[in-house]
Design a protein around this ligand. Sequence first.
Ligand code: PHE
Length: 448
Amino acid sequence: MANNKESFGSKFGIIAAAAGSAIGLGNIYRFPCEAGANGGGAFFIVYLAIVLLMGLPLMVSEFVIGRRSGKNPVGAFKTLAPEQKGWSGIGYMGVVCAFLILAFYCTVAGWTIDAVGKSIINYYHGLDNATIQKDFDSLMNETWQPILSEGIFIFLTALIIVKGVTKGIEKYSKILMPILLGILIILGIKSLTLPGAKAGIEFFLKPDFSKITGTVLINALGQAFFSLSLGMGCLITYGSYIAKKDNLTSTAFMVCISDTLIAILAGIVIFPAAFSFGIKPEAGDSLAFVTLPMLFNQMAGGYFFCLIFFLLLTIAALTSSISLLEVAVLFITEELKIDRKKATIYSAIGAFLLCIIASQSLHDGTPLKIFGFRIFDALDEFTSTILMTVGGLLTVVFLGWKMKKSDFMEEYTNGGTVSMGLRKIMYFIIRYLSPVAITVILITQFIK
Ligand code: PHE
């Protein structure tokens, strides 16, 4: 199928873009929250297995679908299954999911921007964790400050997309993300040497198989898909920009490895420090936003590290939010034939309005609840444990059962030009193992 739109300039371009999408708040904020709430080591081991056995093959599937069709997620399924339009429902689900994720993602990105502001004025210096916690709680209860920082974040996201400088930002993130990695390593070393750190690292890494329940499984699956940007069309969208000569397996492999490495490092930084400062592993949002400032307070050069860290985290979040907004923008331009600039403005405004609702639902005693969950939490849970997992399931079913095997093989091996020892195993996993495993996990969550 003709792919006559722009493609990523180099192999590194696509790896940088897809890794940029994957690495973000999901690794540093959400992963510790989920690991902490789901028993630490038990969660960790399940998470790793899921990334390898389900994340990687799903990523390959999305790249194949995107590159083969050269289209946005809705157009992709329409192109690949022209006689059965129902499959494009997967694409529509993805577009909706992108908006819902943006709503709570930008809320958290707003806190990150707030932390950048506080780092600049050296606000955290000398504060104890009760004070930082109180401050964080009051930020959640504010009205205008979160709206302002979310607004700034969404504006930046839209600006980068309108200006078409996504490639520019990828170029910078190639340099900046390794710096983030370097800082995480330094923080990890500091955290591990704090008094009481050992209990934290044991909590995070020591697997206790008896703690693996249906809830742990579904949360690990949801977190893996969220962190790897899977199951909602994002990597189909990026796949449509991949050049025909790029090797899809090695690209997917690099993205999975770098994303997982950053998540593991985040755990190694946060849990020992949290245990040392007396912050509970189930503390959720505070794990990152209270523990980290405390850790910087204990370090030589803390001012500098704190500022650089939160700045880089904002940039990591931006390369993810760009990929989320791009799902909507490419859909609107290709399917609704609206120009790119207008498409970006409309979708950014839509995301901003949803985000205001999500962030205001964090006020104490809020009426903004659905089924007893604050809207912020409901969006987070619903997207990762339902929309993305079901989206991922349908995607592998499409590839394994609907698409012709020969078409898959041709796209996957770049027309037979790269020899892929893995291709049979990959196809087996996509056709049989992944659909069964995801279905089982989706069902076990209902079994207590
Ligand atoms: N993977 C991103 C992160 O970890 C979030 C994201 C999810 C981005 C889905 C795109 C699609 O921060």
